[in-house]
Design a protein around this ligand. Structure first.
Ligand SMILES: [Zn+2]
Length: 137
């Protein structure tokens, strides 16, 4: 018979389980953050729409608008990543796995979640990941 034990994440750390009130608070935080990003992204789009393509900029303006363009592009990339993270965290909330590390399955501290409710990794795994990223950079 196949075991289904692996389906449920069993936290092994000493972090206390999140209460329903805490989970509710994190959901509100995540919803708020998501709205904020969408609002900002819309604002960025609105600003781009008002740019007149026939109004040719001089060299200085061109340089700065290029800079602005790449900045906006980067920002949008980051916003997208952030939105994905929030979406994933909300899914984890739905499935009851919120607050557990995706990597090692241990509980993420409430303090860390309060600072970054969208996080899906405990501080140890996050540090490991950053070290790997640095090695490749
Ligand atoms: Zn972990």
């Amino acid at each position: 018979m196949a075991s289904k034990a692996s389906e449920k994440v069993t936290p092994t750390s000493s972090e206390p389980k999140l209460t329903k009130a805490q989970l509710k608070k994190f959901k509100e935080l995540l919803d708020e953050k998501r709205m904020e990003i969408i609002r900002k992204a819309q604002q960025t789009l609105d600003e781009e729409m008002t740019l007149d393509a026939n109004d040719l900029p001089d060299e200085m303006d061109l340089a700065s608008s290029e800079y602005l363009q790449s900045f906006t592009f980067r920002l949008r990339g980051r916003e997208k990543v952030f939105l994905d993270k929030i979406q994933k965290a909300l899914e984890k909330l739905e499935s009851g796995n919120f607050g557990t590390c995706d990597d090692c399955g241990e509980r993420i501290s409430a303090k860390r979640l309060e600072a970054r409710p969208e996080t899906t990794l405990c501080i140890r795994c996050k540090e490991d990941q950053e070290r790997v990223e640095k090695d490749f950079g």
